[in-house]
Design a protein around this ligand. Sequence first.
Ligand code: HEC
Length: 138
Amino acid sequence: MHSAAQWQSVLERMVWRMRGQGNMGPLMKEMMAGVEAPSEAEVAALGNYLRKHAQREIDPKHPALQSGAGQMYSLACSQCHALPDPQQHSAGEWPGVVKRMQGHMAWATTIVGVRELRTNPELNTAEIVRLLQRHARR
Ligand code: HEC
């Protein structure tokens, strides 16, 4: 989900917590249930893995962001992670990725069930998919 730069600070923060040093140190220690925090060598291996598979962020000056659809893309798709570079998928792959994201969004922000209780209008992703496909990997 995060860019390579963001992963580094997330990793450091979480290892710090696993070592019982956060504001909820004792509680975190208990939650670790006897599992040891990673060693320095393990932290380095985790860092390499996370950097290698990190989210590739779109250049903020990318032409795709200059339109109305680009603004919608930027608002909708940067809520949980770095705004993805459209080049990381082909036009054929993007609809499936966006469909999976809709699932994450429904899970994270929507009260499901009876219509009167639903809090969020559903995001119309058709325009976002078209934008991603226009700038997708060839
Ligand atoms: C509610 C949170 C949330 C929102 C909003 C969200 N994502 Fe994601 N995204 C995730 C999670 C969680 C993952 C990692 C799990 C996965 O890949 O399904 C992820 C991973 C990704 C990845 C990397 C994995 C892959 O298949 O390449 C891409 C690309 C991506 N999201 C694109 C988008 C796009 C485009 C949008 C806007 C339509 C979006 N995301 C909005 C939660 C979200």
